[in-house]
Ligand binder design. Structure first.
Ligand SMILES: NC(=O)C1=CN([C@@H]2O[C@H](COP(=O)(O)OP(=O)(O)OC[C@H]3O[C@@H](n4cnc5c(N)ncnc54)[C@H](OP(=O)(O)O)[C@@H]3O)[C@@H](O)[C@H]2O)C=CC1
Ligand SMILES: O=C([O-])CC(=O)C(=O)O
Length: 260
């Protein structure tokens, strides 16, 4: 599998180190990356020996089969349709962009017409298989997410005592915290939708982990999941599990037996 990555931050760096340096996906290689700053592109070429483009068309014509977006929700809005129109498969980690039902619908239709696919990794959470199974017959009644992050990484400032900084729908949550609550959107898309999934975000002065608690109730019974994620050292907003989930999504493409 020939992989192209959009972005050069924490997740992108984890991927290129895991795949090209540590060879964790035998038979696959990151062939090229898309970066917006020429000086960063030069540095990536020097460090990893991969091709780095600042021109999206050139990047998409570099012989890659699958594109991994590891950048921002804006990048998904700006480039996802172009990527799909070139018949590339696409992995999206900034899932928050898909809160927009029109973008979601257009991408879905384009994939159907061109016979390609978009993969949304489970990111920093788990339990999406349960939510998805419960939705097979639409028998899910309630889904809620409580996210607790260190105040300094969530708000860019410290607080004296823990603060509930948001309570509302997933739709509102991602518009207020686009770099911190993509998990709410993937949870919503698997389940009840962005306006029916409730989200609480807590800024915690004592926290050292990114904690996500998911509760779901439906005809299957009840699910309670609590994840205590270690943050990535270079970007504590992002959990290590989120980066691992992208690698696992890529690994699934190479396997003949798919679990979950
Ligand atoms: N679904 C989930 O569960 C999770 C999703 N995420 C999301 O994953 C994404 C990646 O996270 P992470 O790697 O930690 O983020 P970083 O902030 O470390 O990296 C983001 C990268 O995107 C690049 N970028 C921004 N705009 C553009 C652009 N227009 N064109 C090309 N590159 C661009 C930045 O480059 P530059 O230096 O030029 O700014 C930077 O290299 C984020 O959107 C984050 O919110 C994170 C955790 C969990
Ligand atoms: O990594 C996390 O814990 C969650 C996150 O940033 C996101 O969903 O955007």
């Amino acid at each position: 599998m020939k992989i192209g990555i959009i972005g050069g931050g924490t997740v992108a760096t984890f991927l290129i180190k895991s795949i090209n340096v540590d060879q964790k996906l035998p038979g696959s290689l990151v062939e090229s990356v898309y970066l917006r700053k020429p000086e960063v592109a030069d540095e990536w070429e020097r460090t990893y020996g991969t091709r780095a483009f600042t021109d999206m068309e050139a990047f998409l014509s570099s012989g890659i089969d699958i594109v991994v977006e590891a950048a921002t929700v804006e990048v998904v809005r700006d480039y996802a349709e172009l990527v799909i129109s070139k018949r590339k498969e696409l992995v999206v980690i900034s899932v928050g962009a898909l809160v927009d039902p029109e973008l979601y619908g257009r991408l879905n239709e384009l994939c159907r017409q061109l016979g390609t696919k978009i993969y949304l990794p489970s990111g920093a959470i788990g339990g999406l298989d349960v939510i998805h199974s419960a939705m097979a017959l639409g028998q899910l009644d309630e889904v809620s997410l409580t996210t607790r992050k260190p105040a300094a990484s969530l708000l860019g400032r410290q607080v004296e005592v823990e603060e509930v900084v948001f309570f509302g729908t997933a739709t509102e949550a991602i518009s207020k915290f686009p770099k911190n609550i993509n998990v709410a959107i993937v949870l919503s898309l698997a389940g009840l939708g962005c306006d029916q999934t409730s989200v609480k975000i807590v800024a915690d002065p004592e926290a050292t982990k990114n904690t996500h608690c998911i509760e779901a109730v439906g005809s299957f019974g009840k699910m309670n999941i609590r994840l205590e994620n270690d943050p990535m050292p270079d970007n504590p907003k992002t959990s290590y599990l989120a980066a691992l989930s992208v690698l696992s999504t890529l690994k699934k493409q190479t396997e003949r037996i798919t679990i979950g």
